[in-house]
Design a protein around this ligand. Structure first.
Ligand code: NCD
Length: 331
């Protein structure tokens, strides 16, 4: 039996069968969307639904991929990107503002600088007569579950033509692994892959937090922490680069960190395994030399597009139309 899903709040809520099923839907969707007939069909499936995108923290990819995912399924959307344009400026709490959305829409997709806000809102809505699913599109330093879904999809697709396995593979997560929510959400999903190993590669001051360390130990995820990027590059099957998350600085402390040791350079391509891949949730600063983009092992642009399709599949799961996708036209 596959897992039903309502709210999407944290990556540890997904089990392995959910991942397998989601990616099957994703692959099927991509095939359907190759033709106009398929696209027209997809647009009819939940054209009676409405969604709001409440993104009060900067976003390009997550916002646009969710917006386009809604459009692919014919969902009508509205958006708030700046709390100064909502009644929050009149002193309304975010909780009340979001509860208001639930009066108008069937799905809330939200990103917030506040850790745990999506969880809180989901709980609050669960106690109201009009329960609406909440998707967390990034909550502070805490979680980014849908990024983890698209990252796993990218890893699987890259490791083999028909969806290779992550079992036994090693991945280096590089950079600000302390404050990067994508790192937290993705590393938590590694528990589903036997023999997989994570190397957290970061400056000493940006190591993973105790809560994540304990969580990974509890769930038997093999991991190592190191500051030595150079020696890790030739060893791993995937490199997951991240930007320094200086928006979370208390007092400009990131300026004193030498981040250049955690940059992937053109020369690093020579020592990277032939079939290894390079990922990045983006946006990038200088963590990856732009000359690396042309190498077939660079998967970050593909990762963006994978994000849109996995989000379409996720919304389809939430609204229970996944069978209409895996067995389209009632066949
Ligand atoms: C990330 C985020 O917002 O957490 N980007 C994304 O959603 N693709 C990573 C980042 O901002 O560095």
């Amino acid at each position: 039996m596959s897992q039903d899903i309502f709210h999407v709040l944290r990556s540890d809520q997904f089990d392995r069968s959910f991942l397998d099923e989601l990616y099957e839907i994703t692959n099927k969707l991509r095939k359907l969307a190759r033709t106009k007939k398929g696209n027209d069909y997809l647009q009819t499936l939940i054209s009676d639904k409405r969604a709001i995108l409440y993104f009060t923290q900067p976003s390009t990819r997550t916002f646009l991929s969710f917006l386009n995912a809604c459009q692919i399924l014919g969902i009508q959307t509205s958006e708030i990107r700046d709390p100064n344009t909502s009644s929050e400026i009149k002193g309304e709490t975010a909780d009340d503002a979001i509860r208001t959305f639930s009066s108008y829409v069937d799905l809330i997709i939200m990103r917030s600088p506040r850790a745990g806000l999506a969880d809180k809102i989901a709980k609050l809505l669960d106690e109201t007569p009009r329960r609406v699913p909440v998707i967390n599109g990034g909550s502070g330093k805490d979680e980014h579950p849908t990024q983890a879904l698209l990252d796993i999809y990218t890893l699987r697709r890259s490791f083999g033509k028909s969806g290779g396995d992550i079992d036994g593979k090693s991945i280096a997560m590089v950079g600000d692994v302390c404050r990067g929510r994508t790192v937290r959400s993705l590393s938590r999903l590694m528990r589903h892959f036997e023999g997989a190993k994570v190397y957290f590669v970061s400056p000493d001051t940006l190591k993973i937090g105790d809560d994540l360390r304990e969580d990974l130990k509890k769930n038997n995820v093999a991991f190592e922490e190191t500051t030595d990027f150079e020696n890790i590059i030739p060893v791993v099957d995937a490199i997951y680069m991240t930007r320094i998350q200086d928006e979370h600085d208390k007092d400009g402390e990131s300026k004193h960190i030498d981040y250049s040791k955690f940059h992937f350079t053109y020369d690093h391509l020579k020592v990277l395994k032939k079939d290894a891949i390079i990922m990045h949730p983006l946006p990038r600063r200088k963590e990856i030399d732009v000359k690396v983009d042309a190498d077939p092992r660079a998967k970050y642009w593909r990762q963006e597009r994978n994000g849109m399709w996995t989000r379409v599949a996720l919304i389809a799961k939430i609204f229970g139309i996944d069978k209409d996708i895996t067995k389209p036209y009632g066949i």
